[in-house]
Unconditional design. Structure first.
Length: 325
């Protein structure tokens, strides 16, 4: 059995990584008894960590908002800076960074004291972001973190949703069992089982408002096919919300996967990498391919996308010509 200090630190890490732990589960994870778990919880409380006890069936222990952020110790200004930076990164297009930022933001805000949360909200409200007009639709950081925690804890989630006009579905309150958050292109999607429609649904996060976790917990269902990311991409393709574009990029396939693999399907090719993108905006092609600094050619591109690209390139060529004259 681990010594008291090591075991208490492990208990603290477990409480941080999960919303609610049953005493029996904690005892099993720590290789100890429930009685010892109760004593270790009291030690954490004596150290100032707000560990709450939830009584009754399905009860246990959870770390309440207002605690420090172990094992890091930061002051108030640093805490506000961390939350602000994570919110910006969570809504950004960088492959891999946005998803990791959502996970980190969910953990930090779970234990952030109310006073610091208000400061971070005020800073966001009074800040102005200067962009280039190509940003993805704004996603509320609170919706992202709420959905992320609900997915992690297998907790029923309700929210107001405004579907696309072509979906022929009325706006309204939705009640779901959330499974995964999936970034595709420059957007975030929530894959969830809709409890009122008795089927899987894909929700765009920028159309989701007033997300609230409910008390009911559930055993996560298995998505058809077993791959959440593939299911979301296929559902977008079936809904004709996006266009499929195939590009042959003359660069190392592994490098291409590292750069844009999170947002596209990348296959090895004798001349480089064969990339299949699902897009709803032709500008995303330039963003994705331009980040690779490599020659490329279109293998398959819809006529409407090709027309838009040609128009854009013609305007850029004209501007460059005039700049040099």
């Amino acid at each position: 059995m681990a010594d008291t200090t090591t075991r208490t630190l492990k208990l603290l890490a477990l409480l941080q990584a999960h919303r609610l732990w049953a005493a029996a589960d904690l005892a099993a994870r720590l290789d100890t008894t429930e009685r010892t778990v109760r004593r270790d919880v009291e030690r954490l409380r004596d150290l100032g960590y707000p560990v709450e006890s939830v009584r009754g069936a399905g009860g246990g222990y959870q770390l309440a908002p207002g605690g420090s952020m172990p094992p890091l110790v930061v002051d108030e200004e640093e805490a506000v800076a961390i939350v602000t930076a994570l919110r910006s990164a969570a809504s950004g297009p960088a492959a891999g960074l946005a998803e990791a930022s959502v996970r980190a933001l969910a953990k930090v805000t779970q234990v952030l004291p109310p006073k610091l949360r208000r400061r971070a909200d005020a800073l966001r409200a009074m800040s102005v972001t200067v962009g280039d007009g190509d940003e993805a639709p704004a996603v509320d950081a609170e919706a992202l973190t709420t959905a992320a925690l609900a997915c992690r804890d297998a907790t029923e989630l309700t929210f107001h949703y405004a579907p696309a006009a072509r979906a022929q579905s009325a706006p309204g309150r939705r009640r779901v069992e959330p499974l995964r958050l999936v970034p595709v292109g420059r957007r975030w999607y929530l894959l969830a089982y809709d409890l009122d429609r008795h089927d899987w649904r894909t929700f765009r996060l920028d159309r989701l408002r007033d997300a609230r976790p409910e008390k009911r917990r559930f055993n996560p269902r298995t998505v058809p096919g077993g791959d959440a990311a593939a299911y979301v991409r296929n559902s977008l393709r079936a809904g004709r919300e996006q266009h499929a574009v195939v590009v042959l990029i003359h660069a190392d396939a592994e490098l291409v996967r590292q750069r844009i693999g999170r947002h596209a399907e990348v296959a090895d090719h004798p001349d480089g990498a064969l990339v299949t993108m699902q897009i709803d905006d032709a500008r995303w092609i330039g963003v994705a391919v331009g980040s690779l600094d490599a020659d490329y050619e279109f293998v398959d591109v819809p006529s409407e996308v090709l027309h838009e690209l040609r128009g854009r390139n013609a305007r850029e060529a004209r501007a460059l010509y005039l700049a040099g004259s």
